[in-house]
Design a protein around this ligand. Structure first.
Ligand code: HEC
Ligand code: HEC
Ligand code: HEC
Ligand code: HEC
Ligand code: HEC
Ligand code: HEC
Ligand code: HEC
Ligand code: HEC
Length: 249
């Protein structure tokens, strides 16, 4: 045994002493620092359950609001914001529920609140109503036009030109000025409310233009005619003629 111990190199002996010291310190520290109730009912501090239960409640939940604000509750639940809880906007309001006159919930009036959900962001689902707040009626409070509890757009533009100004301007000085947009684009009512979700149709075949321009079309005789068979049959018409400002050079 003695021989064996002598054979061990000096540095290994010193290292083992160090190792023993580290292990002892670790065991002592663990038994002193670990809370007494650790592990009683799982791999955590047993009293942490109680500590959390003792925390002051902050949120009342939206059912609580309906007792005193029934009309607002009904309006909100019938509108676009039906899936939003009242306290999403008004902040934690339990103290208000308990003492309505003493505590008032927040009212998010400013322009930077609503864009938390509505600022344009390509990762939001298609059709989710989004705006670019820097250009969407800047400087005015959102709630001056939108009721936060029933946020339908106040009035929607009837005219295509409200959103397609450039195309509309071009058409109004073109030889197609008398043709209504909807003659060439079947447009559902819903397009003005959710433009990207309900896209209008676009002509897909040259015969569409041919209904007025083909040499045997039954349209107004003043309309310039072409022979559909010989007039560039390999292309659709709008590869050469911009339909909103057609030119014939
Ligand atoms: C016990 C009845 C009661 C309950 C429950 C209640 N409120 Fe109220 N709330 C009131 C009263 C009373 C007022 C004051 C009305 C007034 O000033 O005209 C008020 C006012 C408000 C206001 C306006 C504060 C202001 O500064 O003008 C908001 C916002 C509001 N409540 C939100 C809530 C929300 C959110 C809930 C649910 C978490 C809720 N209330 C639940 C009674 C209640
Ligand atoms: C999208 C955010 C939003 C949601 C959700 C919301 N509110 Fe409001 N609420 C507001 C804003 C903003 C105002 C301030 C409007 C104003 O002063 O014109 C307001 C005002 C109020 C007022 C004061 C009314 C007044 O005329 O001053 C009450 C009461 C209220 N909300 C209750 C509720 C209750 C109850 C719910 C849930 C059923 C709810 N709100 C949901 C944003 C919201
Ligand atoms: C927590 C997220 C959230 C907040 C905050 C929020 N909204 Fe909304 N908003 C929604 C959702 C969700 C819808 C419903 C979208 C749908 O139906 O696809 C909606 C719908 C709308 C619409 C309807 C658009 C349409 O399709 O006609 C308007 C307008 C609107 N919100 C305005 C506001 C205003 C103004 C505020 C601030 C007072 C606000 N929102 C705050 C989530 C939010
Ligand atoms: C001057 C009035 C006005 C103000 C202020 C205003 N809006 Fe609008 N908002 C409208 C009108 C009108 C529409 C419908 C036409 C449109 O889409 O431009 C609309 C449409 C919307 C839509 C629906 C867009 C869609 O694609 O369906 C959302 C969301 C919206 N607004 C949010 C807001 C938010 C958030 C604010 C504040 C940062 C705000 N609005 C400020 C008038 C206003
Ligand atoms: C509230 C604004 C708004 C109004 C009003 C509106 N549009 Fe649009 N329109 C849009 C938006 C936004 C797009 C999508 C543009 C994009 O995807 O780049 C679009 C796209 C289109 C497209 C292209 C479809 C495609 O597949 O590329 C056509 C065609 C169109 N609109 C026709 C019309 C006509 C016709 C009217 C009037 C009856 C009209 N729009 C009214 C906003 C509007
Ligand atoms: C004579 C038929 C005709 C009329 C009238 C017409 N369009 Fe078009 N429009 C087309 C054709 C064809 C296309 C397809 C072009 C393509 O696919 O490249 C198109 C494309 C579009 C597009 C897609 C974007 C683009 O520039 O290609 C929009 C948006 C649009 N039209 C809006 C309108 C609006 C708004 C009006 C009324 C002001 C209108 N159009 C009137 C034939 C027409
Ligand atoms: C509803 C009938 C109608 C349809 C559909 C129609 N056009 Fe026209 N087009 C006209 C009329 C009307 C004129 C103007 C005639 C005049 O100058 O008096 C015209 C003029 C033209 C001109 C001649 C412009 C010039 O300066 O001489 C071209 C090119 C043209 N259209 C191309 C098209 C194309 C391409 C399409 C399909 C996307 C199309 N048109 C669909 C009615 C139509
Ligand atoms: C490859 C390009 C091209 C295509 C595709 C094309 N056009 Fe043309 N189009 C022209 C050119 C260039 C002119 C002027 C020279 C001429 O009259 O041939 C013209 C002239 C016209 C004219 C005026 C004729 C006149 O007598 O004033 C009309 C109308 C017309 N095109 C309609 C159409 C229609 C409708 C289609 C689709 C069926 C179509 N074009 C496809 C290039 C094209």
């Amino acid at each position: 045994m003695k021989k064996f111990l002598q054979k061990i190199p000096e540095q290994v002996k010193r290292l083992s002493i160090l190792l023993v010291v580290v292990v002892v310190v670790f065991i002592v520290a663990q038994s002193l620092l670990t809370p007494k109730d650790f592990g009683l009912i799982g791999h955590f501090r047993a009293t942490s359950v109680q500590n959390n239960a003792d925390k002051k409640m902050q949120y009342a939940g939206q059912e609580a609001c309906s007792d005193c604000h029934e009309d607002m509750w009904k309006i909100k639940n019938a509108g676009y914001h039906k899936n939003l809880s009242c306290e999403v906007c008004h902040g934690p309001s339990l103290n208000h529920v308990n003492e309505p006159d003493q505590f008032k919930p927040e009212k998010p009036m400013g322009r930077n609140f609503c864009p938390v959900c509505h600022e344009y962001n390509p990762s939001r689902p298609t059709g989710f109503p989004q705006i670019v707040s820097a250009s969407h009626n800047p400087r005015k409070f959102c709630i001056s036009c939108h009721n936060p509890h029933n946020p339908t757009p106040p009035q929607t533009p009837k005219d295509c030109s409200a959103c397609h100004a450039e195309i509309s301007n071009a058409k109004s000085v073109s030889s197609h000025m008398e043709i209504p947009c909807t003659k060439c684009h079947e447009t559902s009512e819903k397009h003005r409310l959710s433009p990207r979700e309900f896209l209008p149709t676009k002509p897909t075949q040259r015969e569409f233009c041919g209904q007025c321009h083909s040499k045997d079309a039954k349209s107004d005789i003043s309309i310039p005619r072409i022979n559909m068979e010989t007039h560039e049959p390999r292309y659709v018409c709008w590869q050469c003629h911009y339909p909103h400002l057609p030119e014939a050079q």
